[in-house]
Design a protein. Sequence first.
Length: 391
Amino acid sequence: MRMMRTGGLQLSRDRLNIRVLELKPSGIRRFFELIIGREDVISLGVGEPDFSVPWRIREEMIYSLEKGITSYTSNYGLMELREAISEYYRKFGVEASHENVFITTGVSEGIDLALRAIINPGEKVLVPEPTYVSYQPLAHLAGADVISLPTDPDFRLSYDDLVKYRGQNIKAIMLNYPNNPTGVSLKKREVEEIADAVNELDCFVISDEIYGELSYNFRHFSMAGLEGMFERTVVLNGFSKGFAMTGMRVGYVIAPEEILDAMVKIHQYSMLCAPVTAQIGALEALKNGDEELERMRSEYMRRRNFFVRRLRDIFDVVMPDGAFYAFPNVSSTGLTGEEFAEKLLLEKDVAVVPGDAFGECGKNYVRCAYAVSMEKLKIAVERMEELVNSI
């Protein structure tokens, strides 16, 4: 057993938290250790907008600092921002009071808080995959028994998929749409079908809607907007993707008061409050950010149309409904997603993420983020085609 000495105390793995020890390292971070310091690589791996925070938002944050607004806020966040979010979410079908809203340090904190507030040790969480890398680990840390639900090859979640788990005491379902990594989203009719299944399972939904503003083919509609579903739904959203505010780390939760208060109870001990400067920027984004949001969304759609069309000359790939990811199946090369990604990086200086980072059913896929310039996309897809032709 590997041990180390620190001040006379012998440390060993069996003295650490067993649930943490059981976690696998992030498949994304592990892979991207390979490209640190390599400026020659075209990276389609990072799920981050290549746009800067819009100037009006930055200007408002700078002005707040000049005015000396640097203090803590309420654990719930700025009241004006909570009110603005409750008004804003009406566009997605949700009628909620500011009392149903609180501000988090990014959506990632919201995921953690929601799971810890809802789950008792040994209860079951259903995670449709492929999906965002944090869901399984955070559910595991909350003490849940995690059930993976593969959705390949069309990546659409249906009523029939879910009701198979009737009688298995599912406590919560993780829902992410538009989806990371596939870009697949849900029309209102599909949301209604999933809601019917949720009611039959008598469980909660943790609905991560961070890419809701980056929907291309149809308007995003929130699960919490359906009759009778607000009481069962924790909505997570934020400003990182639609408003390019990734480094600001500001997200929010919309939930029934009982669940929200339980989440805030954890938040007040672990995080206290989201950064006040970021909250001020988020408020400005909701007040005056529509024009910049539409500009960015239009550009992502232009890139999507080009990139996926070219990818389809090489691979089988589902057209994304939203977000800024394509998830091609590379099995026609005879390689797994991880093998293809490593070969593409080492031989062609293009970085993508192996699909199994998002669940076992993604092992024959890679995730490509088209949140880079058109010039880089053109070069990247040419190099991918060259690699495939050489195999």
